[in-house]
Design a binder for this molecule. Structure first.
Ligand code: SAJ
Length: 430
């Protein structure tokens, strides 16, 4: 159920490993595109995997589920745009679980004795027990007695989904030990990594803990970038030295935290226990405010933003992916434009993408042809390899702002640029 970034590769993996698989999606366009032999999402290796799955004869797609031995629910769990909870003056987001409930409702009529149902969607703790089980039990069958029920989160990294689906350790939490075992039997068809079985609520919490831990770690890196800026220190150097300590591994600062996981999952904890999750709430505040810190850096670099022409390099939520959703780069480009700059943004992985708040262009050259300032927003491989001297010959801009700490300061300075790097205080050595 759900043929997105997780459901589609998962369905393809089962199919190429000999399991008859029906991929179901409520979006008729998705079904139509897949039936045409095309893909509606980009992910390295996915085309080959889906083609092999279809060729094997084991993968079919449909807008409706059918009877099966096992059902996997891999639908999105976004937030409501217009509803918030509040605790002690802290406003928090509320998870929109409607896709999970409707996918669960859709399979209930097909549910038979002995079936296995697995929820993969990232969800607040206790969703499997408190939300999914009661819906399925409307069939008259009892979870843990008549059918198996488990939670098994995907933990793959966008850009490396195919490899990580196979290789990563996989946690499977059953509402009963038998449910977890049934899940292990199913996923061991293609999972090469270790499979750990536990209970459903532990598995739900594990998933949220992993991404929350990462969010907290990036928040401290982002806060360090602000401190380093104030104290005239180069945060990148300081972090790399601190990370020589055998028990320290600080992540990288940047213009913010985006994507569909790290900036989202911590809210599930806040929503489920707002009275307890104070650090997690604060972490979200720090990371959500980071685009504003980045905006201020461009303002300082450019003197003022009014009427300044800005070439924005990269819009994806992180390096080397084409995903522009929940992207701090998009947010920053829009903020720059709103503050009076004239932005031309170029995203090499999706050059034709369009946004309301600012202009996008089809090539790097177009972005910087008449720019005053170049701002690197995403550390894509194609930007890391830019030759400062060559760029200097193609643009009148002589101010470079590097939000990811990936460009060589000396080389760009030697090519005539004034270089501003996020987290590098102005008195840090050049
Ligand atoms: N980021 C930084 N600094 C860093 C690392 C990341 O600013 O040092 C930013 C990125 O630019 C991006 C955001 O954080 O905007 C998230 O990127 P990410 O690479 O940390 O994570 P995702 O969202 O691509 O994938 C994460 C992964 N979780 C962990 O590594 C614990 C992945 O394994 C999960 O499957 C995925 O979330 C998910 O679906 O939950």
């Amino acid at each position: 159920m759900g043929l997105g970034y997780i459901g589609l590769p998962t369905a393809a993996m089962f199919a190429v490993n000999g399991i008859q698989t029906l991929g179901v999606d409520v979006n008729p366009q998705v079904i139509e595109i897949l039936q045409r032999g095309e893909l509606h999402i980009q992910e390295p290796g996915l085309r080959t995997a889906v083609e092999a799955a279809i060729k094997s004869g084991n993968l079919r797609v449909s807008s409706k589920p059918a009877e099966a031995d096992a059902f996997i629910i891999a639908v999105p769990t976004p937030f409501y745009e217009d509803k918030y909870g509040e605790y002690n003056g802290r406003k928090y987001k509320l998870a929109d679980m409607r896709a999970v409930t409707s996918a669960t409702e859709a399979i209930t009529p097909s549910l038979r004795k002995g079936n296995l149902v697995v929820l993969e969607s990232t969800s607040p703790p206790r969703t499997t027990i408190d939300i999914v089980a009661p819906i399925l039990e409307k069939s008259g069958l009892k979870a843990g007695e008549d059918f198996h029920l488990a939670y098994s989160p995907e933990r793959v990294l966008p850009g490396q989904i195919l490899r990580e689906l196979l290789e990563n350790a996989r946690v499977i939490g059953g509402t009963t030990p038998e449910g977890a075992q049934a899940g292990r039997d199913l996923y061991s068809v293609f999972v090469k990594g270790e499979i750990i079985t536990t209970d459903a609520t532990t598995a739900e919490m594990v998933k949220l803990m992993e991404n929350t831990y990462r969010d907290v770690n990036i928040a401290i890196a982002n806060e360090f970038s602000r401190l380093a800026d104030r104290f005239g220190v180069d945060v990148w150097k300081a972090i790399s030295i601190a990370n020589l300590h055998p028990r320290v591994k600080i992540l990288r600062p940047g213009p913010g935290v985006g994507g569909h996981c790290i900036s989202v999952d911590p809210w599930f904890f806040v929503e489920a226990a707002p009275d307890l999750a104070a650090l997690i709430y604060q972490t979200r505040q720090v990371n959500d405010a980071q685009p504003h810190f980045a905006l201020d850096l461009v303002r300082r670099a450019a003197g003022s933003l009014k009427g300044r022409k800005v070439a924005a390099l990269g819009l994806a939520f992180k390096e080397d992916v084409d995903d522009l959703r929940e992207s701090p780069a998009v947010e920053l480009a829009a903020l720059l434009q709103k503050e009076g700059a004239l932005v031309k943004a170029f995203e090499p992985h999706k050059p034709a993408a369009r946004f309301d708040g600012f202009e996008t262009v089809l090539t790097l050259e177009e972005a910087w042809r008449d720019a005053d300032v170049i701002v690197l927003l995403v550390g894509h491989a194609e930007f890391k390899g830019l030759e400062a001297r060559q760029v200097a010959g193609q643009t009148p801009a002589r101010i470079l702002v590097d939000m990811r700490g990936v460009l060589n300061r000396e080389a760009w300075q030697a090519a005539g640029f004034r270089v501003f790097t996020l987290g590098v205080g102005s008195t840090a050595d050049d």
